[in-house]
Design a protein around this ligand. Structure first.
Ligand code: 13P
Length: 268
């Protein structure tokens, strides 16, 4: 069984004070929801404060990016060693990193390797741009991005103690985020998302093996709200969501997580 997973990517929003306020508004309600792994990904500067607030709760923390070296003269960068004291997850290869900051498939691959080697769990983002979608290249693009990001990574590296594929799959989450659906209010359809996520499972099965392809958690991201989350999580292929804008509103985010717990709980 794959544990459902919902993460909030706050992107470059909230000061430390605002971030603390947002956590205060949702922590009790979110903490009570069972059967879903709940992750908040605030900006770097809020990680320490929010890490303290989440102590003793069932809510986990993630960062939004990371450099692939562990230490050194890389002014302005944040390393996996710094992050792993504060959080369990790290979003890697987000389309905004790829698009605005020039992250290539090769850089994303180095980051995924560095995260896994330092016991951080990557939330690897892939997804096609509008023109690629319109040209019917979704599968081609997603295949390239997944193959490249996982290139040279042995399935056993994914786990500390790992003969079992459940454990292997546990440390990596993939988020399918079509670029044209991000922040546009124009979400993909549940069917489209389910088909692409199944395709990603097949790609992972080719890279590693069928059981990892089956066990790995794969999310949808792109204009997810409390009003459309059901369309995605009612698809058996989809394990949850990576939520942007709607994760900045406590009530919205709690509702998304709650609906995920209800729908996925019912399917068991
Ligand atoms: P929105 O939910 O704001 O469309 O953002 C999605 C996203 O990029 C999450 O990483």
């Amino acid at each position: 069984m794959r544990m459902p997973f919902v993460a909030g990517n706050w992107k470059m929003n909230t000061t430390v004070t605002e971030g603390e306020q947002l956590v205060l508004e949702m922590i009790v309600k979110l903490d009570r929801i069972e059967g879903v792994e709940k992750v908040l990904c605030p900006p770097f500067v809020s990680l320490i404060a929010i890490n303290m607030m989440l102590q003793g709760s069932s809510i986990k923390l993630g960062a939004q990016n990371m450099y692939f070296e562990t230490a050194g003269a890389y002014t302005g960068e944040i390393s996996p060693l710094m992050l792993r004291e504060l959080c369990e997850f790290v979003i890697l290869g987000h389309s905004e990193r790829r698009g605005y900051f020039g992250e290539t498939d090769e850089i994303v691959n180095k980051k995924v390797k560095a995260a896994l080697a330092n016991n951080l769990k990557p939330i690897l983002c892939v997804g096609e741009r509008l023109e690629e979608n319109e040209a019917g290249k979704t599968e081609e693009v997603v295949n390239r991005q997944v193959m490249a990001a996982l290139n040279g990574i042995e399935p056993v590296v994914l786990s500390r103690s790992s003969e079992r594929s459940e454990e292997t799959a546990k440390n990596l989450v993939i988020a399918y985020e079509p670029v044209w659906a991000i922040g546009t209010g124009k979400a993909a359809s549940g069917k489209q998302v389910a088909a692409t996520i199944q395709f990603i499972r097949d790609v992972v099965a080719k890279i590693w093996n069928k059981s990892i392809g089956q066990d790995l958690r794969i999310l949808y991201g792109g204009s997810v709200t409390s009003a459309n989350i059901v369309e995605f999580i009612s698809q058996p292929e989809v394990d949850g969501a990576l939520v942007g804008g709607a994760s900045l509103k406590a009530e919205e985010f709690v509702s998304i997580v709650k609906q995920t717990a209800e729908i996925k709980g019912r399917k068991k």
